[in-house]
Design a protein around this ligand. Structure first.
Ligand code: HMG
Ligand code: MG
Length: 326
């Protein structure tokens, strides 16, 4: 059954920007992330520690993190705020709400990326594997098993250092090189990532080919192995199915949904893949369903307009366009 509150995992500054031809400078990316946090997003993927030759858009991720140290976001009504003070007494009305730290996950593809992430004081990392062998090789130059073997010590090291760890599985509903991907492949990679310790597994429809029944069946199969509370869904909107797929998965009880402001995004290793589900569209739907997100729709739409202007890109969020036309 549907949760009363959904956590939006904003991927715009990473998945959104990695596929844009215009490379945004570090200061612009810092401002984008600050603005997203101010709009109420508590998890904003901040970049990737990958090869700058492959992805120049993500170069300078360490500087982005440095520019955001100590970033917090406002608290919103409905959030449980602990008002007890350090000496154990209850705070009074005059006490200012404690600031809420923001999660700034970064992608880590290998040991080198992990070392760089630690040096940059990242507190939250994401490793990324795929349910398709061909995509895995094109994306990270490693096969599935090889990548999982490389991630195991990284995840263990991250957990030992107190970091949060997410694991992505790409191509869960189809592959740009292999076409059909069996549910069993998505389940097996998701289970491997969960058993090495990834606290959350994001199921990625990298090329946006999935439709609701397929999305629901795959998500249910993964959840039956690792538990629904560890599942996040990550839909690209290439075929206009992302929101329908999210709704199908919400009915299963999914509580974490990835999206990208202004619908930016794609994967450079997935030809033809277009943007992620737009955060504005997701927030609009969840508001309509009475599901709480803590995100201010107008503010996030304003961030989308600013980022599109910086990129010289057309906005892809239908909700964003509708709000801009009002
Ligand atoms: P490789 O070529 O196998 O690595 O790349 P290598 O160890 O042979 O090294 C080659 C060069 O890269 C060397 O430099 C290394 O130093 C350097 P050179 O000596 O030639 O000058 N290098 C690095 N530099 C910086 N950071 C590093 C690093 N590692 C090696 N961490 C690698 C392997 C994974 C690095 C490469 O293939 C790569 O960068 N791939 C990019 C993958 C990527 O970011 N893809 C997009 C994100 S995944 C996605 O979008 C899907 C998702 O959204 C979910 C969904 O939608 O499905 C998450
Ligand atoms: Mg993606």
């Amino acid at each position: 059954s549907r949760a009363g509150r959904v956590e939006i995992f904003e991927v715009g500054p990473r998945d959104g920007l990695q596929n844009e031809s215009r490379v945004l400078p570090v200061e612009t990316r810092i401002a984008m992330i600050r603005d997203l946090a101010a709009a109420g997003l508590r998890t904003v993927e901040a970049g990737s520690f990958v090869s700058p030759r492959n992805l120049p858009q993500m170069a300078g991720t360490a500087e982005v993190l440095a520019g955001l140290s100590g970033l917090t976001r406002p608290s919103f009504s409905g959030e449980s705020i602990s008002r007890s003070t350090s000496d154990g007494t209850q705070g009074g009305d005059l006490e200012i709400d404690p600031p809420n730290p923001i999660n700034l996950p970064v992608l880590v593809p290998n040991a080198r990326g992990f070392a760089d992430a630690l040096a940059a004081k990242a507190r939250h990392i994401a490793v990324f594997a795929a349910a398709s062998e061909s995509f895995s090789r094109r994306n990270i130059n490693r096969g599935i098993e090889e990548s999982l073997a490389e991630y195991r010590p990284i995840v263990a090291g991250a957990l030992a250092a107190g970091l949060k760890v997410r694991g992505y599985v790409s191509c869960v509903l189809g592959c740009p090189y292999e076409g059909h991907v069996p549910v069993s492949a998505a389940v097996s990679v998701a289970t491997a990532l969960a058993s090495m310790g990834c606290q959350e597994i994001s199921l990625g429809d990298t090329i946006g080919v999935g439709t609701p029944d397929a999305a629901r069946a795959m998500t249910a199969a993964v959840a039956s192995e690792i538990g629904m509370q560890r599942v996040a869904v990550h839909f690209h909107d290439t075929y206009g199915q992302a929101l329908a797929n999210v709704l199908a998965c919400l009915e299963l009880g999914v509580t974490v949904v990835d999206s990208s402001v202004a619908g930016l995004g794609g994967c450079p290793y997935a030809p033809g893949a277009s943007g992620n589900l737009a955060t504005e569209d997701l927030v609009y739907m969840l508001e309509g369903l009475g599901v709480e997100t803590g995100v201010d729709l107008d503010r996030v739409a304003a961030v989308g307009r600013t980022v599109c202007a910086a990129l010289g890109a057309a906005p892809r969020s239908r909700t964003g366009q509708a709000l801009a036309a009002k």
